[in-house]
Design a protein around this ligand. Structure first.
Ligand code: FES
Length: 234
């Protein structure tokens, strides 16, 4: 795990080919135009070397589109004077950069041993049941993407899940059901260590170093069982 986000587990370890296959999905037309292009230039100006802005610019693309299509990678490469292969090598490395269309809320459930022993695997299977068979890509209503996560470094709070990278601790199946219902109804529960996750585009804007565009949500629902929490790696 690094400052930039979770490291993607190599495909040879997971047996999954999804990240590269998904990277072939694309959008038409330019992504970084107008204000986004100006924000890109402002971001680049913060660094002594243009290429150092690579990860923030990929998050900027994600904040515009909701994920990182190849078109966005091509534009970032052109802006920074890199090859698309160099940009793709970075984009495919970090799991917080999404290479396929995602829901507004990415639900990441840890199934590593500490969480699995306390119900993390069952929690993941229950989430799949609730959200439906397409949920590991994007639910039909565009609200959720479910992903199985490696250790979130909060093993003493197992089982742990994150919604758009804010943590919820000791999550029971009942709490999971209430959380999903709440998010669907527009009442996102407060994370265990404070804060209410915004939508993925907004969170990506923050990760790009540009702050949130969404005002704090006044009508939040406490998660109820949490203690401690926060951002990945925190
Ligand atoms: S095993 Fe789940 S947070 Fe470490």
């Amino acid at each position: 795990m690094t400052e930039a986000g979770h490291l993607r587990v190599p495909q040879w370890q997971t047996g999954q080919l999804a990240p590269v296959a998904a990277a072939r999905e694309d959008v038409e037309g330019p992504v970084l135009t107008g204000d986004a292009r100006r924000l890109a230039e402002r971001t680049i100006a913060k660094y002594p070397v243009r290429r150092s802005a690579l990860v923030p610019l990929l998050y900027l693309v994600q904040s515009e589109v909701g994920w990182v299509p190849r078109q966005g990678m091509r534009e970032v490469a052109e802006i920074l004077g890199l090859t698309t292969a160099e940009v793709e090598a970075v984009a495919t490395f970090y799991t917080m950069l999404k290479l396929h269309p995602c829901g507004k809320y990415v639900v990441s459930i840890c199934t590593n041993p500490s969480c699995a022993l306390l119900g993390g695997r069952a929690l993941y299977e229950r989430a799949k049941e609730i959200l439906g068979e397409q949920c590991e890509h994007i639910t039909p209503d565009g609200m959720f993407t479910l992903e199985e996560e490696e250790c979130l470094a909060a093993c003493d709070k197992a089982p742990v899940l994150a919604v758009n990278y804010l943590f919820y601790d000791r999550v029971s199946q009942e709490l999971l059901e209430r959380m999903i219902e709440g998010i669907r109804a527009g009442h996102v529960p407060e994370a265990a260590r404070g804060g209410v996750p915004g939508e993925l585009k907004d969170v990506s804007r923050t990760l790009a170093g540009m702050g949130s565009q969404t005002p704090p949500q006044p009508d939040t629902v406490p998660a109820g069982e949490g203690e401690g929490g926060g951002a990945p790696g925190g």
